[in-house]
Structure formats: structure tokens, C-alpha cells
Ligand binder design. Structure first.
Ligand SMILES: CC(C)(COP(=O)(O)OP(=O)(O)OC[C@H]1O[C@@H](n2cnc3c(N)ncnc32)[C@H](O)[C@@H]1OP(=O)(O)O)[C@@H](O)C(=O)NCCC(=O)NCCS
Length: 169
């Protein structure tokens, strides 16, 4: 599938997650995480959580990744990010996270944070590449194996409501 993605020219697009996306999202979630979120969890996020922003990334109509964040005043908390198996290593995760950073900044967030397993070096490298800096550990944060979470933060550019785009002219 990765070869197919390369031939297709990585024509990815982004849109808000919808209810009907949830079964496909949960499939990716199961591939990606040892304690995947359930359909009910995503359903709750999309209907009851007014802080939540969930984005799906598509290529040729196929959902290849998704990410979510809670936007609380001036802070964006990333809840999850995953790329479908077979589409990893193609810079899609990087583009998806850049899209989340841009959306968060546009919506008024000044900084973004997330937790990542201390053993998840691939994700940590992605986050480091996009400016996230480790700022401490949450001990035994993951209930499946008692693993620690590394907390990471990044400052976001000041582009509230697109102001910076207009100021640049
Ligand atoms: C983490 C994840 C989202 C990265 O997405 P991806 O599309 O595969 O990554 P990209 O191709 O965009 O790579 C971007 C950067 O991530 C890092 N990275 C990606 N794959 C890597 C690998 N196999 N080994 C080391 N670093 C890697 C690198 O820094 C890379 O930049 P570089 O190629 O210039 O060095 C994806 O691997 C995934 O879904 N993993 C399972 C779910 C998960 O762990 N989510 C994060 C939970 S906190």
C-alpha cells in the first residue's frame, strides 16, 4: 500500500472527523495501540466534548490517518494520532501533526502538549522534529504495562484567526 501511496503522489486531504468515520478510525486505532479507544469513546468525543477537535487525513477517499486534540483556552492537548499500517514512513504523520499545529494556532492555542510512551521512539522523533521538547514524566501512566509517559510541549506561532497571514502583507 505504501508503494501505491507513493505512485499516487501523496495527494492527502484533511477534514473534520464525522460519525460515519468511526468504524474505520477504530480499525486504525486497533492496529496502532495496545489499549485502543472504542467506538463509544470516539462517539462521545464527537458529540459531548466541546473542547475536542478530530481530523481525518484521506488519500483517494481512503482514511489513512487521524488525530485529535482538546483545545482548552490557549493550550492544545493532543489526545491521539495514528497513521494506517502500510502508509507509515511517508511523512503523512508529520503532515498530519503540522496540520494540527496550524489549526490549533489558528484557533488561538499558544502551545501544544501530548504524552507519549517512553518506549515509543518513533513518535518521539516525530514530535522532536516538529519542535516538541520533553518536560517531564507521568509515572506508570499507561495501565496496560505500567509504562511511564513522557510529557512534551511545543510553543505555537501567533496566528490567531489568521492575523499573521494578513499582517505579513
Ligand atoms: C507515530 C506515527 C504517527 C508517525 O507517522 P508516520 O507517517 O509513519 O511518520 P512520518 O513518515 O511522517 O515521519 C516523520 C518523522 O517521524 C520519525 N519517524 C517516522 N518513522 C520512523 C521510524 N521507523 N524510525 C525512526 N523515526 C521515525 C522521524 O523523525 C520522521 O522524520 P524523518 O523521516 O525526517 O527522520 C506512526 O508511526 C503511527 O501511527 N504509529 C502508531 C501510533 C502511535 O504510536 N502514535 C503516537 C502515539 S503518542
Amino acid at each position: 500500500m505504501a508503494e501505491y501511496a507513493e505512485q499516487a503522489g501523496l495527494n492527502e486531504s484533511f477534514r473534520s472527523m464525522k460519525m460515519e468515520d468511526i468504524p474505520a478510525i477504530v480499525e486504525i486505532e486497533k492496529e496502532a495501540f495496545t489499549t485502543p479507544w472504542t467506538e463509544a469513546a470516539f462517539h462521545n468525543e464527537l458529540t459531548n466534548n466541546h473542547f475536542a477537535h478530530y481530523v481525518v487525513m484521506e488519500m483517494d477517499g481512503i482514511i489513512v490517518g487521524y488525530a485529535g486534540m482538546w483545545l482548552i483556552i490557549d493550550e492544545a492537548h493532543v489526545t491521539n494520532i495514528a497513521i494506517r499500517n502500510g502508509y507509515r514512513g511517508l511523512k503523512l504523520g508529520e503532515r498530519l501533526l503540522q496540520q494540527m499545529q496550524a489549526s490549533a494556532a489558528f484557533l488561538g492555542a499558544e502551545r501544544m502538549t501530548l504524552e507519549v510512551r517512553v518506549s515509543n521512539h518513533i513518535a518521539q522523533r516525530l514530535y522532536g522534529k516538529l519542535g516538541f521538547i520533553p518536560s517531564g514524566l507521568r509515572k506508570a501512566y499507561y495501565t496496560d504495562n505500567g509504562e511511564d509517559a513522557m510529557i512534551m510541549w511545543v510553543e505555537l506561532p501567533d496566528v490567531k484567526g489568521g492575523a499573521a497571514l494578513y499582517d505579513a502583507e
